[in-house]
Design a protein around this ligand. Structure first.
Ligand SMILES: C[S@@+](CC[C@H](N)C(=O)[O-])C[C@H]1O[C@@H](n2cnc3c(N)ncnc32)[C@H](O)[C@@H]1O
Length: 305
């Protein structure tokens, strides 16, 4: 157990206690009032950028434009996005083990190098294609969709020039998940939506579209930050303002979502949550692992009936 993990545990206890006290003393109404009226005085709480009056599906133009600026360093494994390149340590097992648990792949194949052979996956919000390539490398056929034109251009360029062995196993489209779902209902064995929910205001819209694309019995996998003080402190205050390894205004507390809120939306569209796994990012060693505690980052697996 490293020093950084001890620090994380202490923060969990402190912030968890504060949140418990707020709930116990029924101060949540007061906190909600303060958040909505004075939230702009607290860093990273609310997204004060202008909102479109008529957004296209779940897509927020300011979010996509902000993330598009990151294309310059997206594939730099030692650069500001280096955490994305080790994230496979938990994202890949989340998908592979989840598909084995539902019988979509055989349990005996989990540790094979082609464990996802024959599996068709949609990556909703694929960005520059890091996870899409990780999944394709295990034999899956991956379709990546993202509303960011620059991201899709980068993903296509990367697979053609740097991972040419995978070029027949992935395809990318600059399109919203909602638009894709109109043509490709019940097409995929799995839909993966990783590190996207925290950039979306209309969460129900994107989740409904993801579920629509799934075959009955197919799995949806989501990773994101929980809506807790700890996630605000680590991913906004620390990562964006103190250590500055993530550009400012990448995350806003108001957009974080707890696993139970995702489960509740998914169940409305016929999906049953199978498992939620806590995820821990060890910044000093740039490594990821599953932990019991789901208070900051988590991976959720649900299955369509
Ligand atoms: C942090 S990146 C994650 C990329 C990729 N999933 C990964 O983990 O490597 C977030 C991506 O979500 C996309 N995005 C933002 N809003 C979206 C929406 N409403 N629907 C689909 N994708 C969205 C952005 O364009 C961006 O590429």
């Amino acid at each position: 157990m490293g020093l950084y993990y001890c620090y994380y545990v202490v923060l969990c206890l402190v912030f968890g206690l504060v949140e418990k006290l707020v709930n116990l003393c029924k101060l949540d109404v007061l906190v909600d009032f303060l958040e909505s009226n004075f939230g702009h005085f607290i860093i990273g709480l609310n997204d004060t950028r202008p909102k479109e009056t008529a957004p296209t599906d779940s897509v927020s133009k300011s979010e996509v434009e902000h993330l598009a600026k990151m294309v310059t360093f997206w594939w730099d494994k030692q650069g500001p996005a280096k955490m994305l390149h080790t994230f496979y340590q938990v994202r890949v097992p989340l998908v592979v083990e989840g598909l084995a648990e539902t019988g979509r792949i055989s349990k005996a194949d989990v540790s094979k190098t082609d464990s996802l052979k024959g599996i068709r996956i949609l990556e909703a919000g694929c960005g520059g294609g890091v996870l899409a390539e990780d999944l394709a490398r295990l034999g899956a056929y991956v379709v990546g969709v993202d509303p960011g034109q620059e991201m899709i251009y980068l993903a296509k360029e990367h697979v053609t020039t740097h991972s040419s062995k995978l070029k027949d196993s992935v395809e990318y489209h600059a399109i919203t998940v909602e638009e894709h779902a109109r043509k490709f209902a019940e097409t995929y064995d799995a839909v993966v939506c990783s590190e996207v929910m925290e950039h979306v205001d209309e969460k129900e819209s994107i989740l409904r579209a993801c579920v629509k694309c799934l075959k009955p019995g197919g799995s949806i996998f989501i990773t994101t930050e929980s809506k807790t003080m700890l996630a605000w402190f680590l991913w906004i205050v620390t990562a964006e303002y103190i250590l500055r390894y993530i550009p400012k205004n990448t995350h806003f507390y108001e957009k974080f979502i707890k696993p139970e809120a995702i489960s509740s939306i998914l169940s409305k569209y016929g999906c049953q949550t199978q498992r939620v796994r806590g995820i821990f990012y060890d910044r000093p060693s740039n490594s990821w692992r599953f932990i019991e505690n789901q208070y900051c980052n988590y991976g959720l697996h649900a299955v369509k009936r």
